[in-house]
Design a protein around this ligand. Structure first.
Ligand code: NAD
Length: 401
């Protein structure tokens, strides 16, 4: 028989976790892995690159480090479209490749909700390039302040106070001194704004954790503006609703973190989707194609407790990656696949390098112990995709004060 091919699209948490599972197998099949970058990046740490508190190399590693050349071919290319009927993937440079089984793990993109000006005037933070652009932009704004003495250049605005927005704010605060030095001002002259539509932040946490976070933001002079829906952006301007009124905030830097949707490839390929996510069969396959798995941010699995899809996180992406790998191996051996189940281990958000808060299981953690837990979580996800080598090279070991 001709050797079967499994093609994995995307080398993020989900895709690399599947790769790892498949490469462990002694079965006879070939693997193709496609990603637009030569490297894997830790998307949970992009805010550190955007704020400039970590160099981009710290949160990436070479995909070739985790590819077993005896089993896997890595193709660096952009995925444009999938044709599920012809079992083909269209790549930007290389053209068409074919597969027997497909694992779609193409990740997220920034969701603008069609808000006017968002694409033109805000910076997104979705990959290494865009995160580096944020940092470069902030430095340029500080230079523009020097040149013009226009104080709007000292304002940095984060749009949306979800986990991503809050973590970004934390890292921006941490780097305020460096920005101030560049602008030739005192750190307290730089203001970090965070504009959020909802009346309060972090609805998933209880009062204790919320107050911990709010107190830190207050102590650090973050201008948190809750209950202010962003209506539009103009150059260096955020237009937001304040009750019945529309107001404007002048700011040299605007960063967009109001939420994510799944890769645009999902829509372009004709999958039945909502915001780039496919409601998958319980075993993580496309309901219409039994040789296609959709995992990570392009996948929606209903949480039986809330009757809504689980939120997209690195944690669930890793779990889905492992599960899809095991189901694929079963399928290759003509054995039945299993339903995916998920029990969150909790979630911890960092605010700067030394502070964090969140839930581990059902237990509240905050402050330095939480920061320790957060770093262990980061190391664990590195271990799960990259193995011991990447943990040693890129792990977080500044665990002791
Ligand atoms: P999100 O959807 O969780 O948060 C976006 C925020 O932007 C919301 O608070 C929303 O009310 C606000 N918003 C949306 N439109 C707005 C508007 N027009 N004006 C003002 N505010 C607006 O998105 P996210 O923070 O990018 O997170 C994406 C996913 O990743 C989530 O599931 C999150 O839990 C997860 N995540 C987890 C961690 C962690 O565990 N440490 C870190 C980052 C992200």
């Amino acid at each position: 028989a001709v050797m079967k091919n499994v093609t994995i699209l995307g080398a993020g948490y989900a895709g690399l976790r599947t790769l790892r599972e498949l490469q462990k197998s002694k079965e006879d099949f070939s693997i193709t892995l496609v990603d637009r970058n030569r490297y894997h990046f830790e998307s949970t740490d992009l805010h550190e690159v955007a704020a400039g508190t970590q160099p981009w190399e710290k949160i990436t590693y070479e995909i070739s480090d985790v590819v077993d050349p005896a089993k896997t071919t890595f193709i660096q290319d952009d995925v444009l479209k999938i044709d599920p009927e012809k079992q083909e993937v269209v790549l930007k440079d290389r053209g068409v490749i074919t597969y027997d089984y497909l694992v779609v793990a193409l990740g997220f993109r920034s969701e603008t909700f069609g808000i006017p000006g968002a694409t033109e005037y805000a910076l997104e933070m979705v990959d290494i390039d865009s995160a580096r652009k944020v940092h470069d932009h902030i430095l340029t704004a500080m230079d523009q302040y020097q040149a013009t003495q226009d104080r709007k250049y000292l304002n940095i605005t984060v749009c949306g106070a979800g986990f991503t927005g809050i973590e970004l704010v934390g890292s921006l605060v941490e780097n305020k001194k460096a920005f101030a030095k560049r602008a030739g001002v005192k750190p307290e002259e730089i203001t970090i704004f965070c504009v959020e539509a909802a009346p309060s932040i972090l609805p998933m946490f209880n009062d204790e954790l919320r107050s911990y976070c709010l107190n830190k933001l207050k102590k650090w002079d973050v201008a948190l503006m809750t209950g202010k829906a962003i209506k539009g952006l103009k150059e260096n301007t955020v237009v937001y609703a304040d009750g019945e009124e529309e107001k404007e905030l002048q700011t040299g830097t605007i960063i967009w973190t109001t939420g994510v949707s799944g890769s645009e490839v999902i829509g372009a390929s004709g999958f039945e989707e909502r915001r780039g996510r496919v409601s998958v069969h319980p075993d993580l396959r496309d309901p219409k194609h039994e040789n296609i798995y959709l995992i990570g941010d392009v996948s929606a699995v209903i949480d039986p407790l809330t009757n809504r899809p689980y939120p997209t996180t690195a944690q669930i992406a890793l779990k889905m990656g492992a599960h899809a790998g095991r189901n694929l191996l079963a399928q290759l051996k003509n054995q039945p696949t299993k339903a995916f189940s998920f029990q969150s281990l909790g979630s911890v958000a960092s605010i700067g390098n030394a502070h964090a808060f969140g839930l581990v299981g059902k237990v509240n953690v905050k402050g330095y112990p939480a920061s320790f837990v957060k770093k262990m979580i980061m190391n664990k996800s590195l271990l799960e995709t990259g193995g011991v080598k990447e943990v040693m090279a890129k792990g977080r070991f500044d665990l002791y004060r």
